[in-house]
Write a protein that binds this ligand. Structure first.
Ligand SMILES: C[S@@+](CC[C@H](N)C(=O)[O-])C[C@H]1O[C@@H](n2cnc3c(N)ncnc32)[C@H](O)[C@@H]1O
Length: 263
């Protein structure tokens, strides 16, 4: 993941967002830094599906500036561990939420085998070429039987419009096969619940407006905005969509028994 547009989108904007949150106030931090996951209803579905509980070690792979992990810590009392390769995004997560961030790639997570109780990976897989490597590594660090919550942008057919740079959308079928290959059993998958309430989206928009005012003239801002416009057009044309998935880590050697309930 080295495309300039992705650095602009995931690193520059994350740093600018943290600055803007510091200007506007702490209550803006979570809505402004949930970039791949969008709505609190989607996060709540994932948290309940994964049965998050007080003190659980929740790994968030591709955590960005930390909004989803901070939300889970605030609402469910989990202890998040963030993995994020983009330095300014990782710094934003520690600065805004005081969360521990490992500056690493999801293909090589610097944690012991079987050492985490649950994992999230939200809005990340479409930005990764080697999805099997990331899923395999998450499977390694999860304890057997532990939950994985995924938010994935999937292809609903061929993409006839320009795709945001560095993105490779799997089809639903490809995603299920990748999960099975990495040792996960899909329990349930759904289209995400409806969007965020105004109380949430207004705070995110206020932060975005401060970022725009300060950085509109920066070439990185234009690159990130261009990525966003491509996403918007692909979603609007129905060529891509979001899926929420709850899977569990099968112990090594455990035979695969499909038990997915699809809605
Ligand atoms: C759309 S953002 C989502 C951020 C966060 N999960 C959220 O929901 O707000 C995608 C994130 O995936 C990260 N990412 C991309 N490739 C990665 C990889 N190989 N390993 C770990 N993270 C990666 C990016 O740096 C970026 O922060």
């Amino acid at each position: 993941m080295t495309a300039l547009a992705m650095v602009a989108e995931f690193d520059d904007v994350a740093g600018w967002t943290a600055d803007a949150v510091e200007q506007l106030g702490r209550r803006h931090a979570i809505p402004a830094t949930c970039r791949g996951s969008a709505s609190p209803a989607a996060l709540a579905w994932l948290a309940e599906a994964c049965e998050l509980a007080l003190g659980m070690r929740l790994l968030d792979v591709g955590a960005g500036a930390g909004g989803p992990a901070a939300w889970a810590a605030e609402r469910f009392g989990v202890q998040p561990i963030l993995v994020e390769p983009m330095p300014a995004a990782g710094r934003a997560a520690s600065r805004l939420f005081g969360l521990p961030v490992l500056a690493a790639d999801g293909r090589r997570i610097p944690l012991r085998t079987g050492s985490v109780d649950a994992a999230w990976c939200l809005g990340v897989l479409c930005t990764v070429r080697d999805k099997a490597a990331v899923l395999g590594e998450i499977h390694r660090v999860l304890r057997p039987g532990a939950s994985l919550g995924l938010l994935v942008v999937v292809a609903r057919g061929p993409q006839l419009l320009p795709v945001p740079e560095g993105n490779h959308f799997p089809t639903r079928r490809e995603l299920l096969s990748l999960l099975a290959g990495a040792g996960f059993e899909v329990v349930e998958q759904i289209d995400p619940p409806t969007g965020a309430p105004l109380s949430w989206s207004r705070r995110a928009e206020q932060v975005a407006a401060v970022v725009a005012t300060r950085h509109r003239a920066d070439p990185a801002y234009a690159l990130a905005a261009h990525q966003g416009e491509r996403f918007t057009r692909l979603f609007a044309s129905g060529q891509i969509a979001v899926r929420l998935i709850h899977a569990v880590s099968r112990p090594a050697g455990h035979p695969f028994k499909p038990r997915m309930e699809e809605r």
